[in-house]
Design a protein around this ligand. Sequence first.
Ligand SMILES: O=P(O)(O)OC[C@H]1O[C@H](O)[C@H](O)[C@@H](O)[C@@H]1O
Length: 527
Amino acid sequence: MWDDLKAAADAGRDQSILGMFEADADRADAFSVTALDLLFDYSKTQIDANTRDVLLRLAQAADIEARRDAMFAGAKINETEGRAVLHTALRNLDGDPVMVDGQDVMPDVLDTLTRMETVATEVRGSGITDVVNIGIGGSDLGPAMAYLALAPYCDGPRCHFVSNVDAADIADTLRGCDPEKTLFIVASKTFTTIETMTNARTARAWLQDHGVSTDGRFIALSSNAAAASEWGIPSERVLGFEDWVGGRYSMWGPIGLSLMVAIGPDGFKAFLRGGQAMDLHFRSAALPENLPVLLALVGIWHNQGLGHATRAVLPYDNRLSRLPAYLQQLEMESNGKSVAMDGTSLTVNSGPVVWGEPGTNGQHAFYQLIHQGTRVVPCEFMVAAEGHEPDLRHHHELLIANCLAQSEALMRGRSLDEARAIMAKKGLTGDELERQARHRVFPGNRPSTTLMMPKLTPEVLGQIIALYEHRVFVEGVILGINSFDQWGVELGKELATSLGPLVSGDAPADGKDGSTQALLGYVKRYS
Ligand SMILES: O=P(O)(O)OC[C@H]1O[C@H](O)[C@H](O)[C@@H](O)[C@@H]1O
């Protein structure tokens, strides 16, 4: 199967995208899919009908539908941790039974959702002005991203997100908060993460230093209720979730509490509904019409097929400024692995490097490389037809125009002859014309996709996040890897723990490599 992909890549690599539009008047329609509120256009890529067939066969060969059904059915597909993968149960608002080890998990899930609503409603009416979510990774990025994304719907207390163990993070946040009116949410699946526990202790000390009782000022979101209560948060203030919710897939449950506080329970449930609608689409649409499958196949084509090592996520929506960071964890922690589920080494590249910034800002920064650098960066544009500022519609029109202009420019490019003509018009001649013209050539034929939505509402955001989750799953299945573990983060954590006493000077650095000793020596000179 991978050989077929390689053959398609060899044939398709230099195929002119513009030429494909000229040859096929229906290309835009044939290579785009509309589902729910979303339009996914992948026509500005080198994928033709043959390549698409090859990619779909790859998905079929990986048994994608059976794997998908196993995930939704609660099978323990996270084999290296022996866990089911059921973040989808958190948005299963209809409560249809979802069985794990012979037990329906839905009554507990819906009960927790009701508890979240009660807590969120209480907080929203309590005079609390600032809510500080203390968490990192999957216990931070989702709600932090969505809080910004859904700013027009935020009518609750201000929310802040403290993640970094760097004191700067919590110090800068607390400076703007009133200890009498601040609530802390300690979000940690394991309730052992060093960054989160350090920040939580600092938050507690801050309240105490201001003479404010810590009673009722902390809520815990965790799978480890025992550790939360040991830390001093009573069980009625702990919202729990099971180990079958992976950290980076957890914003749909208790980890989303800060978002629920900000936008209200109804808004949060609209977000869940969007995710649930994408689940239904993923489970029922035929593969060629299936949005997550197509996004995944485009990803596989660009990375494993054509060898493009990165992909840029470019939302033309300032409120999606944290989406690239969110997707970095979702995609890179899920699919950045070299070993297949069966323990063998991958024979193709693992998932790509994901990066990006909102447009139009990125245009004035790194798009230079995207247009004229030696490496091709497949770009994933995203834009809403409508903004949230109807009185400023002209801004939004410019935003859309820029988004469309970039994908067109990447595809069309500018030939040397066109550049020469521009230079000639400026009055240049001879060698100088030639030299200047060469700098103004755009190679073009650079692929991009565009995801369009009517407006960034809670429901649409839910659709988009679930879409990307399932895309990651499909890519992982095709690669044969487990997208739900993250062993690659362990070694650094272990070493950081052992380095702590060396940094504080409580233990000698003997036995460490020369570089680490020298760096520790530098710190010692200043501390
Ligand atoms: O929620 P926690 O248990 O505190 O974990 C927070 C994060 O840290 C870990 O190192 C993992 O890499 C992440 O997947 C996780 O989201």
